[in-house]
Design a protein around this ligand. Structure first.
Ligand code: ATP
Ligand code: MG
Length: 333
């Protein structure tokens, strides 16, 4: 039998999932769950690094993620969902990898820099947060993943993981750790409705898979367009115009979108017309996802049971990888 390659990816239980997650990662997960042995981590230990004073929030959002996964078409009988805190070998792998990382390397990581600025952590950075890129490398390597479907904000993290695996292998003359490949669902992060370059759970600028039709409509009509355009007859800008970024993602009629862009540039279409169209295509796309999510809300216990079973499975695999690493480092007795 052919051995399937492995996927590892996951989310922080800091809120519900939004369309950025969908196009950045969830869609690839649903597509690849047959072809790969797929592991999806609910990163509650990582979520605690910047929410340690709010453990209730992290705990409650685990169920939200489970419902969002189901809604996005993840099959709980194919993919293995697991909870990070149930896999202690990840922390063990982390400490072995930490020898190969430097403080400077993390300091120069562009995603960490952005996140520290967003969270007001420049003057005082919790060490638990600072080390998360290495801890996340341990997540990926704990099942020796080959592929990691993620959003572009994660590119530096996957690169760090590859470097750590390579350094570990070359230092101990072994090939036990795989160097994972990133798979980006979108070329750039999906922007927030406020025009922020990234839609983020913690940034209050998202369109969620759980949003009702009414909430969706309200948000679509608030989407950031071209602030310099006052009248429908003013020539408008497409670059940085979030309404058009979303149309590119949701509208299957590419010619129609191009025609609308042309009319926008020429000042022959109103913002409201663009947004009506956007609402229509988004709602059509999100309706079945929303319905599945409602179905999942009645299945929370069953989904959690699956996640706990998955955690036991991953704990076994991760203990195996940690054991191999110990062996290579002459730590095994
Ligand atoms: P937080 O604000 O708590 O960090 P988040 O919205 O960044 O939440 P994560 O749980 O950190 O979400 O990310 C989960 C996955 O979704 C990652 O692979 C990440 O790259 C991807 N992702 C998150 N936001 C976006 C986005 N706006 N566009 C594309 N991918 C995204
Ligand atoms: Mg994030």
């Amino acid at each position: 039998m052919e051995v399937k390659k492995r996927i590892l990816t996951g989310d922080r239980p800091t809120g519900q999932l939004h369309i950025g997650h969908y196009f950045g990662s969830l869609q690839s997960r649903a597509k690849l769950q047959d072809e790969y042995e797929e592991y999806i981590e609910i990163a509650n230990v990582q979520a605690l690094t910047d929410n340690f004073d709010n453990p209730g929030k992290v705990r409650e959002n685990i169920e939200e993620l489970l419902c969002d996964y189901y809604a996005a078409g993840i099959d709980f009988n194919k993919a293995t969902i697991f909870i990070q805190s149930e896999v202690p070998a990840i922390h063990e792998i982390f400490i072995y990898l930490a020898n190969f990382a430097t403080v400077q390397q993390i300091q120069h990581n562009p995603t960490i820099k952005t996140e520290m600025a967003q969270k007001g952590m420049e003057v005082s950075t919790p060490l638990g947060f600072f080390i998360y890129p290495i801890h996340q490398a341990a997540d990926i390597l704990c099942v020796n993943a080959d592929l990691v479907p993620v959003g572009k904000d994660q590119a530096p993290m996957i690169e760090d993981t590859r470097v750590l695996a390579r350094k570990f292998n070359s230092t101990y003359k072994t090939d036990i750790l795989h160097q994972p490949q990133a798979l980006f669902g979108v070329e750039a992060n999906v922007p927030g409705i406020d025009g922020n370059a990234k839609m983020g759970k913690s940034l209050n600028n998202g369109i969620y898979l759980a949003d009702t039709e009414e909430e969706l409509r309200k948000k679509v009509f608030k989407v950031y367009t071209d602030p310099a355009r006052i009248h429908a007859t003013d020539p408008g800008k497409i670059e940085g115009n979030v309404a058009f970024t979303y149309l590119d993602l949701f509208d299957k009629d590419i010619e129609e979108v191009e025609a609308m862009k042309e009319r926008y540039r020429n000042g022959t279409i109103k913002d409201v017309e663009v947004k009506e169209r956007l609402f229509e295509v988004m709602n059509e796309f999100l309706t079945p996802i929303r319905e599945r999510r409602r179905e999942a809300e009645g299945m929370k216990e069953e989904l959690m049971k699956k996640a706990l079973e998955g955690s036991v499975k991953v704990a076994g695999i991760a203990t195996g990888v940690a054991g191999q690493m110990k062996e290579a480092m002459k730590l095994k007795f």
